[in-house]
Ligand binder design. Structure first.
Ligand SMILES: NC(=O)c1ccc[n+]([C@@H]2O[C@H](COP(=O)([O-])OP(=O)(O)OC[C@H]3O[C@@H](n4cnc5c(N)ncnc54)[C@H](OP(=O)(O)O)[C@@H]3O)[C@@H](O)[C@H]2O)c1
Length: 160
């Protein structure tokens, strides 16, 4: 089954975020994120959920937490990776894992694809994307972009 995809944007040092916020706000990357998550399940950790400024429309939310958080009725709350994987394997759709670090680390081994935006910049960070063995993946460049003098590229890794 090929339905687990990770999507992330990282800096030169694999930086993801700081103080539960994103490090860059690149319009072209937001558009890429929207294109690849629209009408799909998006899976995130509770901290990433809390970091989002608003509910993203036309996406089916799954939020992972070990606590009894009261969330909106439209959100599926799950309490373990096992529960999530069982649910994913019962549904023949693409699930987009949208972060953050904690969730990427636990789900990288299950992923079939990684949509990775590599940003040619570095920033102070407290969360990082896990290093992974590039030899296990086929990589293609989907696009090269530049915004506010920052160069970045969208890569697609597909598990060999
Ligand atoms: N650059 C990017 O593409 C990108 C994307 C997403 C996020 N980010 C950044 O990443 C940072 C947040 O990452 P993070 O690692 O701190 O937090 P996170 O992965 O978003 O959320 C962690 C939380 O998820 C829950 N959780 C984790 N594993 C679980 C499991 N096995 N079962 C049930 N619940 C589980 C726990 O919630 P409870 O504490 O409620 O139990 C845990 O505290 C922020 O700075 C954010 O801006 C960046």
């Amino acid at each position: 089954m090929k339905n687990i995809s990770i999507i992330a944007a990282i800096g030169k040092n694999y930086e993801l975020g700081k103080d539960n916020k994103l490090l860059w706000h690149l319009k072209g990357d937001m558009a890429f994120f929207k294109e690849h998550t629209m009408n799909k399940y998006i899976v995130m950790g509770r901290k990433t959920f809390e970091s989002l400024p608003k509910m993203l429309s036309n996406r089916k939310y799954i939020v992972l937490t070990r606590q009894n958080h009261e969330l909106n009725d439209d959100i599926i709350v799950m309490h373990s990776i096992e529960e999530l994987i069982k649910y994913i394997y019962e549904h023949d759709e693409e699930f987009m894992i949208i972060g953050g670090e904690n969730i990427y680390r636990q789900l990288l081994d299950y992923a079939d694809k990684i949509y990775l935006t590599k940003i040619d910049d570095e920033k102070n960070a407290d969360s990082f994307f896990p290093r992974f063995n590039e030899n296990e993946w086929n990589c293609s460049v989907l696009d090269n972009k530049e915004e506010n003098k920052i160069k970045y590229k969208h890569l697609l890794y597909e598990k060999k």
